[in-house]
Design a protein. Structure first.
Length: 537
């Protein structure tokens, strides 16, 4: 494209003749775009034409007839070099150049354009290669991006990874047979001291950018996470790990992680809570319904009534009212049991049991069974107690069978029974092994022992050795248990009011059946017999 072509790209051009300067404004046929008088005048002024006739120019623009109109007397043409205009984006992250073609002059050099950019304060991100190319092969009348800034890279906020379920799915499980299990809802999240509850990922700093004017564009850095430390939670020195300080239930309250040593049920233990399995203490404000289970590593306390449920505690069991077990209810305490009443239930405590009324239940405890309060009654069922039974009334006037055993810890008594059964089984296995060894040894003596029988001989010898060792261990334990039972065979049964007929008494290895009511008595063992003396506190 030559210079004359550039001149008509405006829709008008000048022609320098001997008799003057002429203006041609192209017709709408040759130049379809509008032509503005002010643009024409600006161009004429830039060419430094002297003494031009404005009215002629105005008429030429108005007519647009493509004819040449003399606007000034003859004068020498002023040649114009290319013009480079720089435009900076509002955010200063890019700059463009617009090159107006030269009019009789030349294209600017690379150094000249660089000076223009510098004058406009564009100093960063300049595409030098592109600029060199443009100065050699110009692209006129176009907006060309010549410089780009460096976009800042924002950082990332820190975040928390929880190592427990922060929301519990209360949807009951569907069993293989299609039934719905409303008991195993697993609403409690048990943790042990030292368990990692959450880890924190630190924030990532942002990387600052730079605009085309060489100014820093700050990045947004990630925000740190404040460790959500609640009760009984410890934070590592670097602040990135949260761990449980105690055994308990992990919960989120007030946006903080807490480990609670107790689990509280505001209402009943039923299908809304499911079975409860908790490492610490459990407190139930309502009732425990039939068929549901509570297992706790600590104490279990129930303010309402326990029905035919199963409760097992590593510590105490405290029933503020009582238990109506319906022959299904079970209490097992690693320490003691306290209740107002127990009916038709099976209860066991390593230490003591304290109650006002126990009716038709199976009772075991290693310490003292104390029936106090207004009634102080035990009737029906059985009670096996390690040390003493204290009651007001034992049995009933209807001679209800009531079996009481004291002086032997039921744990040792049951272990004694189990040991005896195991020893008999060991002796039977040893006898079988000896018989097999005898028979196979005879076959070996006459060279009639094949590989299969030889393997059987080795197995029989190993079996005999194994059960012989187990027999020795169990015999030693049996001697220990027998000694404990003999030492503890001196318990007492105290009744501050009456023991009714139908009551069967066992103290140690001595037994007695109460045939007539006896009042205000203490029963004890002496010289192998059960004897009676006045009631003593």
């Amino acid at each position: 494209m030559n210079q004359s072509d550039y001149k008509i790209q405006r829709g008008y051009r000048l022609d320098y003749r001997q008799d003057g300067v002429y203006l041609q404004v192209l017709s709408e046929k040759d130049w379809k775009y509008p032509i503005n008088l002010s643009d024409v005048l600006y161009y004429i002024n830039s060419k430094r034409i002297k003494g031009y006739d404005v009215l002629v120019i105005e008429e030429a623009v108005k007519r647009r007839d493509g004819q040449f109109h003399k606007i000034a007397e003859m004068q020498e043409e002023v040649k114009l070099d290319a013009v480079v205009k720089v435009r900076i984006s509002p955010d200063k992250m890019s700059a463009t150049i617009h090159i107006t073609p030269p009019d009789g002059g030349r294209m600017l050099s690379f150094e000249e354009v660089m000076n223009i950019l510098k004058y406009e304060k564009v100093v960063y991100g300049i595409n030098v290669k592109l600029l060199h190319d443009l100065c050699r092969n110009p692209a006129y009348n176009k907006e060309i991006v010549i410089a780009e800034g460096k976009t800042p890279i924002n950082g990332k906020n820190g975040h928390i990874d929880y190592h427990f379920e922060i929301t519990k799915d209360r949807t009951p499980k569907i069993l293989e047979d299609g039934r719905v299990n409303f008991r195993e809802l697993n609403l409690i999240e048990n943790v042990h001291a030292g368990d990692i509850l959450a880890t924190i990922t630190p924030p990532v700093k942002g990387i600052d950018g730079m605009n085309v004017m060489g100014q820093k564009v700050p990045a947004i850095s990630g925000k740190p996470v404040i460790p959500p430390k609640g009760k009984n939670v410890v934070v590592s020195e670097d602040g990135l790990i949260l761990s449980a300080a105690i055994d308990g239930q992990v919960v989120i309250a007030d946006k903080k992680i807490n480990v609670l040593p107790f689990y509280e049920v505001v209402g009943n233990v039923d299908s809304s809570t499911g079975n409860i399995n908790f490492i610490g203490n459990v407190f139930v404000r309502g009732n425990v319904l039939t068929g549901f289970t509570i297992e706790a590593g600590g104490t279990v306390e129930v303010q309402g009534v326990v029905e035919g449920a199963f409760i097992k505690a590593g510590g105490d069991i405290v029933l503020r009212r009582g238990m109506q077990g319906g022959n299904k209810g079970t209490l097992i305490a690693g320490k003691s049991i306290t209740a107002r009443y127990i009916e038709n239930s099976n209860i066991s405590a390593v230490e003591d049991i304290r109650c006002e009324v126990i009716m038709h239940s199976t009772v075991k405890c290693g310490g003292i069974l104390e029936l106090g309060g207004k009634k102080g009654l035990i009737v029906g069922g059985s009670a096996k107690v390690g040390r003493e039974i204290h009651a007001k009334v034992i049995g009933s006037y209807m001679e209800t069978i009531t079996e009481l055993e004291v002086g032997m810890d039921p744990i040792y008594r049951e272990r004694y029974k189990a040991l005896k059964e195991e020893l008999e089984e060991f002796e039977r296995n040893i006898l079988k092994a000896e018989q097999a060894i005898s028979l196979l040894t005879k076959l070996e003596a006459v060279n009639r022992l094949d590989d299969k029988k030889r393997y059987l001989l080795e197995k029989s010898i190993n079996t005999k050795e194994y059960f012989t060792e187990k027999l020795k261990d169990y015999q030693n334990e049996l001697e220990f248990v027998e000694k404990k039972l003999e030492e503890e065979g001196y318990g007492k049964i105290k009744a501050s009011e009456v023991i009714y007929p139908g009551t069967r008494i066992t103290i140690g290895t001595s037994m007695m059946l109460v045939k007539n009511p006896i009042q205000f008595v203490t029963l004890y063992r002496d010289q192998g017999d059960i004897k009676i003396r006045p009631y003593e506190k």
